[in-house]
Design a protein around this ligand. Sequence first.
Ligand SMILES: [Zn+2]
Length: 586
Amino acid sequence: MNLFTYIKRQLSILTVVNDYAKLKRAGLYWKGHCPFHNEKTASFTVSPHKEIFYCFGCHSGGDVIAFIAKAENCTPIEAAKHLIERYQLTVPESINFEASSKNADEKKHYYDVCKLVAQWCHQALLNTPSALAYVTNRGISSTSISYYCLGYFPGGTQGIRSLLTAMQKQQLLPDDLIQAHILSQGKTVLFSPFEERIIFPIKDHLGRFCGFGGRTFKPHDERAKYYNSRESNQFAKGSLLFGLDVAKHSIQKTEKVFLVEGYTDCIAMTQHGYANTVATLGTACTAQHLAVIARYAQELYVLYDGDHAGQEAILRLTELCWQVAMELKVVCLPAKEDPASFLGSGNNLEPLIAQAQDLFVFFINSLGKDFTGKSLQDKLLLTRKIIDTIHLLDDPLKRDLLLQKAAKTLDIPLEALKNELRRSKTPHRSSVHAQVPVYDPSPRNATPQLEKKLFFAILQNIQLLTRDNEGYIIEYIPDPFQTILKKLQVLKEQYQTLDFTQFFDKLTGDEQHFVSKTLIELEGDTSVKEFDQLLLQLQKKHWKSIVLAMKTKLALAQDSAQLETIEKTLQDFLALKKKLVHKNLI
Ligand SMILES: [Zn+2]
């Protein structure tokens, strides 16, 4: 057994995919929104029975290894290692692991270093009254401190020395900490940009520690208020969300998510019962952030500061949000309040959530404020901006509703706006996203249905391909079916107890993709009886060739006087002819 087969025996694809997409049962399959492309209809399909997935939107497909390789942007062997680590699988020594990858080891090492440092900082916070007092004075409970593993990074030579001693016990060298950008080498001593800061460990959606946000807290500390870990493959501020690892279950359950701007806002929201809250890392929300959130939620509530910058940030979201299949709503906080301050002074958020505005309505309202008093130039610019944004939307009904709203707010005739929309030159969504070329040797229209069904039946039950029928099927089925079935034929000879997973693992990436696609495209079960029918149909279709082949075979056999072969061949041929005549097929 190879490593991939072993992993698939231990893990269900549903468990793994669940970390990335919300799936619902649909007959034999599970369906949901694709984690790899933005879509409004659920085209992503998983077959738990065959342990494969396929997306009808972006045409990605394969097994759990292919899924992780795509989701984590890594090689198949890295994907295997990722799964072993994530699900703590014990791989027996008999399984060949020699194709190890340095890259995956380095990644894991980075996460390990960050985790150990986060735990050390957490302990330091608990042991440092001044730092702890700052955190608790900000209304953060001791439960939250441990829930988010908040910490404190002690400063000075003593702080660094104590870190090095603690890490040495974990077999980590100063170099490990320098490579993880936690320490820097000064002229004579090591120092850290995180010194004397409150530490907010940042984890990815899988709960791996991938970096830190550090906040100054001492009076007269003149440094920048926040310092974040250095941008890297593991720490990408444009897609990481603080709190997602702990919030995701609650998000999945409620199908709602609250998006806030800061760590303390996120913690305050969770403390007040909104466990489905995440925060960007002090940066603007990007299209990637939205795509990540859309894997888990249907509705996104934006809770930004009530100040001008917060409102501007919300307006910028309008330009991104048409790319995701989510309802976006804006919860308007009073000016000068942020979620933490608002909740901290005992206010009730519920009425504001109930009054949350659709993001586009918010957008029109904000731009349309004091519209009549504006200059003609400004009026034209604003109208154009609104029209361009409405134009980005897919849903015609929503477009109409927003046009009506805009007409009313701006006091412009609806027809005029509709004309503007028609003239709008902004490229529409579908033309922005070019189709990704995919491996599809037989496009849907050109695929012979009969052969495809037969192939599908065999994939469902590989025992259907037998010595008696393999000659006919493999001979008369076109590629890529033929090549794949030939492999199956050889493997069945080699392994007495061959199963689907073992067979699948022997295929090339393209073949695996094709098999996944076929299995998920053709739904339902094929009974043995139906299979026999399909086989007869194929034989009928190629009857002339079969007769010709039979004649050739007989001629050859007579030459070498192989009586037994002649007899067997003739018997088979006549039996087949009888069957076809009986069914009125020839
Ligand atoms: Zn997709």
